[in-house]
Structures are given as C-alpha cells and as structure tokens.
Write a protein that binds this ligand. Structure first.
Ligand SMILES: NC(=O)c1ccc[n+]([C@@H]2O[C@H](COP(=O)([O-])OP(=O)(O)OC[C@H]3O[C@@H](n4cnc5c(N)ncnc54)[C@H](O)[C@@H]3O)[C@@H](O)[C@H]2O)c1
Length: 317
C-alpha cells in the first residue's frame, strides 16, 4: 500500500494552501491534515483532519502509524514578530517539533520530511543585496535563531543518519485565501485587504524597507518541486535560498494605485522595523535554479492584480 502524507500546522497560511494543492494532485484521502486547533474550517472539512500537537512525539508517532504516513510537511511554528513577544515559547515550539520529526525519520518511521526555513536566518552582518546561499549568518531574532539552528540539525541528520529532509528559506509569502500568522512581512498581505475595504493603509514598516517576497502559488510550486526532485540532484542539505521578487512598501503601494488610484498609504514603523532592517533586500537563489530548475512565475504587477481580483471575488461571494 502506497504511503500517505501528513501536514502538520495545516490550518496556517502556507499549510492550508499546501494541503489544498496536494489533495487535488494526490487524492483527498492520501493527504492527512493536522493542526493543534481547528482554525480554518474550510480546510478541516476538505478531507481527513486530526487534532495533533506537534510537540507531542507519542501523538505524532501514533498518527503516522494509523495512517501509514511516509512524508511529513512540518509547517507548525511561531513566526518572527510573535516570536519576539514570546521568545521561550518560540524556541520550545520551533525546536521540539523539528526534533520530533527528524527523530521519526532517523528511526525510519517516516521516509521524507519538508521543514521550512526563512530569510530570517540572515542578520545585520549578512550582505544585504543578492545574499548568497553560503554567507555570514548572525540572526538577531529568536525566530531566526531557531531557523538557523534547525538548518544545522537538518544537515546533521542528513549527513550522519541519512535522513531525507528538504528545506527552503522562504521569503515573505503573499496569499489571498488565508491571512498570515505573525510575521514581519505580513504588511504585504494586509495592504491588499485594507486597500479594498478602506481605501487606505497604515504600514508598520518604513516606505523604503526592501524585502524578498513571493506569491503563494510560487511558494507551493517551489515546495513541491523540491520534494519531487531526485535526491541525488540536491547539493544543499541544510536549506535552499529561494527568491522571486523584492519590493518596498512604497513600490507595492504604487502597484496597488495602478488598480485603485485613490489608495492612500501612511507609514508608522513599529518594533517590526527593527526585524526587517536585519534581513536581506534580495536573495541569490541560483543554486535552487540549477539543482532543481526553480523558476518563479509572479512579478509584483501580476501578484498585485491577482491579489485584488481574488480578494474582490471572495468578498462578493
Ligand atoms: N508565511 C511566511 O511568510 C513564511 C516565511 C518564511 C518561513 N515561513 C515558515 O513556514 C512555516 C509555515 O508558516 P505559516 O505562515 O503557514 O505559519 P502560520 O502561523 O500561518 O501557521 C502555523 C500553523 O501551525 C499551527 N500550530 C502552532 N502550534 C502548533 C502545535 N504545537 N502543533 C500543531 N500545530 C501547531 C497553528 O495553529 C497554525 O495553523 C513556518 O515554519 C514558518 O516559519 C513562513
């Protein structure tokens, strides 16, 4: 019997889209969604769903056995902005959950793992433009620290125990179906909602803060391409740099004004400015482009049009 796939943190921004896409390609019954709470009822009702605490190794083990799971996507985490409010909680959750899954793979209970890293692994001493795959990494957020340490452990488990774990350093992910969950790039989603609902937006980052970003469809495409790639073609055992576009709040506001000319943006930077200032402006993802032929589809204009059209339609239905 072919093994199934378990998505942990499936109600979240990326997990929900990943579940939806995998269910449409692999069959609804083959994708088991799980989360600590039922925070997305559309997702919960779209196929098999389990309440699962990713910190509870016994519970995951039993779920894996019950459903004959071969592949796990570990999407549960505390993100950058929330992590700064609850550093100990972020460290505990982000590290315990990763070890749980890596150890199940080490014991050969599961065969393949996806674990997302982030551009938050970089810090103020990292070269800011076209940040290379291998470079100085001195993250200053607890979230970035968990991701950097996580990458080291993924490589360690791969080298020492032959674990097939694959990872991407996601940039800020922009989506219309699900709202983001407490990251520093969340403004790039909120801005579309506010543009349509109120015609104006107060941005928590300054106008010239350039950050690497990506439309959700590209993030899902990258994730599945990496997971479907031949193991032999993957030269990076920690986490791949991944990029699509980079822009500032001023530039995204301009792209929105092309569609909604009266849209007004104001700037009121808060504690998240400090986090954003420590991250790169743009990422060199040439290793991903060579190893598994990564190519993005959405630029800023295409993404803005798609976001506004889809959100308008959602509000009308
Ligand atoms: N969204 C982004 O822009 C972005 C960028 C870089 C990296 N990432 C990474 O991608 C992954 C998914 O991010 P996201 O934006 O979908 O996050 P999210 O906050 O939207 O979703 C995380 C999900 O995990 C669940 N969860 C929390 N604690 C749990 C536990 N103990 N057991 C089971 N589930 C639990 C939450 O209920 C939530 O549904 C994370 O590892 C994140 O660090 C995201």
């Amino acid at each position: 019997m072919a093994s199934k796939t378990l998505i942990i943190g499936a109600c979240g921004q990326i997990g929900s889209e990943l579940t939806r896409t995998l269910r449409s390609t692999e069959g609804v019954e083959n994708i088991i969604a799980s989360d600590i709470k039922k925070s997305n009822m559309t997702l919960v009702e779209s196929g098999p769903f389990e309440i699962l605490d990713a910190k509870d190794l016994e519970a995951i083990h039993s779920c894996v056995k019950r459903h004959n799971i071969g592949t796990v996507y570990l999407m549960a985490a505390i993100l950058s902005a929330t992590g700064e409010k609850y550093p100990k909680k972020a460290w505990d959750l982000n590290m315990t959950t990763l070890f749980n899954i890596l150890n199940l793979a080490k014991e050969k209970v599961i065969k393949r793992v996806f674990w997302p890293s982030s551009i938050a692994v970089f810090g103020p001493t990292t070269p800011k433009d076209n940040t290379p795959q291998s470079t100085i990494m001195e993250p200053t957020t607890v979230y970035g620290i968990t991701k950097q340490v996580g990458e080291r452990w993924c490589e360690y488990y791969s080298e020492h125990y032959g674990v097939d774990v694959r990872s991407l350093r996601y940039p800020g992910i922009i989506s219309w179906r699900t709202k983001p969950g407490g990251g520093t790039t969340d403004y790039a989603v909120e801005i579309f909602h506010k543009a349509l609902e109120e015609g104006h937006y107060e941005c928590f980052l300054s106008e010239d803060t350039e950050l690497p970003m990506m439309f959700m469809d590209d993030a899902i495409k990258a994730t599945l391409s990496l997971m479907n790639a031949e193991k032999e073609s993957l030269s990076i055992k920690s986490s791949y740099n991944l990029a699509a576009i980079s822009f500032t709040p001023k530039q995204i506001a301009k792209a929105i004004q092309q569609e909604i000319p009266d849209f007004v943006i104001k700037y009121a930077p808060d504690y998240r400015q400090h986090i954003a200032d420590s991250w790169p402006n743009s990422i060199d993802d040439s290793v991903a482009r060579i190893d598994w032929q990564w190519e993005h589809d959405f630029n800023l204009k295409a993404l803005s049009i798609e976001m506004l059209q889809k959100l308008k339609k959602t509000e009308l239905t």
